[in-house]
Design a protein around this ligand. Structure first.
Ligand code: DGL
Length: 270
């Protein structure tokens, strides 16, 4: 389908540095792959942007990743997945594989969560798009999905990590009636895995908290294997680009990637 071979990189993009939680999982499961990460920090947060703005940003970023010869592009952002996955797929066509962070969850929920009451938290864009709900309803597995936008959470996590401020914000959001009597809660925002433990504690460990990152990474591995594009002998080179560079973005990367990385400015919008 593509002119790419196994040695070409995997491109991963997000609105900012939160998508590094997905990149981390990809690196853990595919350590020898070459990775190019792009965080659109100039336009972050995407969660409150219009669908058309997110679509325009996402297509341009996909184009940049195509120029870098990526064999597979991961939309590692729930807001961008909700707003722009179909459009990016159409734009990229057969020039690369495009994957998102929602579709890999669908077979997982089908296999493990029939008849369950599932909660979902994410940005306004992710929740209002109803993309997750439409995909789950199509499964016909009697899964009841209730979604709550938790708008301030992503920026609060960037500011505070997982401290007490986060616990009080979580208290406020998670006590909402929409999230009563859950079996499972899906973390549908790249930032939330950082506070997964705080969320589990809030629910007294009685609700299963799902961070989809590993499921997404395994789906990527499976897809590359199917297309004969795995790079088991690669050197695992990594480039992390952002559209707007600041020291605080650079310092924040550790929260999401769990190791120091070198963040480089890529002036995509100049
Ligand atoms: N990366 C975004 C997401 O997963 C969260 C931050 C934002 O609103 O840009 O939806």
């Amino acid at each position: 389908m593509t002119k790419h071979t196994a040695i070409h990189p995997i491109g991963i993009f997000d609105s900012g540095i939160g998508g590094l939680t997905v990149a981390r999982a990809v690196v853990n499961h595919l350590p020898s792959e070459n990775i190019i990460y792009f965080g659109d920090t100039a336009h972050m947060p995407y969660g409150d942007k219009s669908t058309s703005a997110i679509q325009a940003y996402s297509v341009k970023i996909a184009d940049m990743l195509l120029q870098q010869q990526c064999k597979l592009i991961v939309i590692a952002c729930y807001s961008a997945t909700s707003a722009a996955y179909e459009l990016v797929k159409e734009y990229v066509a057969d020039k690369a594989i495009v994957m998102d962070v929602i579709d890999p969850m669908v077979p997982y929920l089908h296999a493990n969560h029939a008849n369950h009451r599932i909660g979902l938290i994410g940005t306004r864009q992710t929740v209002n798009s109803n993309v997750y709900k439409k995909k789950i309803d199509k499964l016909n597995r009697n899964i009841q999905l209730s979604s709550l936008p938790t708008n301030l959470l992503a920026s609060a996590i960037e500011e505070f990590g997982d401290n007490k401020v986060i616990d009080s914000l979580l208290n406020e959001y998670l006590s909402h009636p929409t999230l009563k009597n859950l079996d499972v809660l899906i973390l549908a925002c790249t930032h939330y895995p950082v506070v997964k433990e705080n969320i589990a504690r809030y629910f007294k460990h009685e609700v299963e908290i799902i961070d989809p990152s590993d499921i997404v990474a395994l789906a990527i591995k499976k897809r590359l294997a199917q297309d004969n594009l795995l790079n088991p002998d690669g050197i695992g080179s990594k480039h992390f680009y952002v559209s707007d560079y600041t020291e605080s973005f650079s310092a924040g990367t550790k929260t999401f990637f769990a190791e120091d990385i070198n963040l480089e400015h890529y002036p995509l919008w100049d």
